[in-house]
Design a protein around this ligand. Structure first.
Ligand code: ZN
Length: 216
């Protein structure tokens, strides 16, 4: 099965990508992994990407796309894969369609993790990081009443990334880019939404249930 996973920050996308891919016995292909593999493997694309990153610049789309194409051409991806982190927008979705067409294939399904904005804010803005050991606690889920790490007694703080206004901004950016992507796949008739609230195992179970009519 050829799958794409989309979902807002804080939806637990990385975790679900791993569980769903392993349940379906297909490789999980994330752009982060592809990047690291190319850079540490010293490929031409990796060297190119590293030049941009070392300068503090964004790696251009063409480089990312070329890396994704190389990865999808590998043997283990021929019978299926789960893409995480690509495509991010409609132009990339169009390119993915072309790449797969070259291989005589197409996407089977796009799984959208659906989480309410307020739930994302609650999940992310409730995180507190230990300034000493780096461990992350949650004010609600860990019932954290003080600003002290239970593991090392270090002082807890809220990372800038986890501040409510930052989280809301990331959600806005996500909506801007991803709403059109979701409509694009809905128009293609391959979009399936999965409620991503509740325990991790429950979300995986729902995702597998949503996929079952299409699997095999
Ligand atoms: Zn600590």
């Amino acid at each position: 099965m050829r799958l794409v996973l989309v979902g807002p920050p804080g939806a637990g996308k990385g975790t679900q990508a791993q569980f769903v891919a392993s349940n379906l016995s297909i490789p999980k292909i994330s752009t982060g992994d592809i990047f690291r593999a190319n850079v540490s493997g010293g490929t031409e694309l990796g060297k190119l990407a590293k030049e941009y990153m070392d300068r503090g610049d964004l790696v251009p789309d063409e480089v990312t796309i070329a890396m994704v194409r190389d990865r999808l051409a590998e043997k283990d991806a021929q019978d299926g894969f789960l893409l995480d982190g690509f495509p991010r927008n409609v132009p990339q979705a169009e390119i993915l369609k072309k790449i797969l067409a070259e291989f005589g294939a197409g996407l089977d399904l796009v799984l959208e993790l659906v989480v309410d904005d307020e739930e994302v804010v609650r999940r992310l803005a409730g995180r507190r990081t230990c300034s000493q050991c780096g461990r992350i606690w949650h004010v609600d889920f860990d019932d954290k009443k003080d600003d002290v790490c239970d593991a090392c007694n270090g002082k807890l703080y809220q990372r800038d990334d986890d501040k409510e206004e930052t989280v809301r901004h990331r959600l806005e950016v996500y909506q801007e880019q991803t709403a059109p992507l979701v409509s694009f796949y809905a128009d293609e008739g391959i979009l399936v939404g999965v409620d991503a609230t509740g325990p991790v195992e429950e979300v995986t179970r729902r995702a597998m249930e949503a996929l079952s009519p299409y699997a095999g």
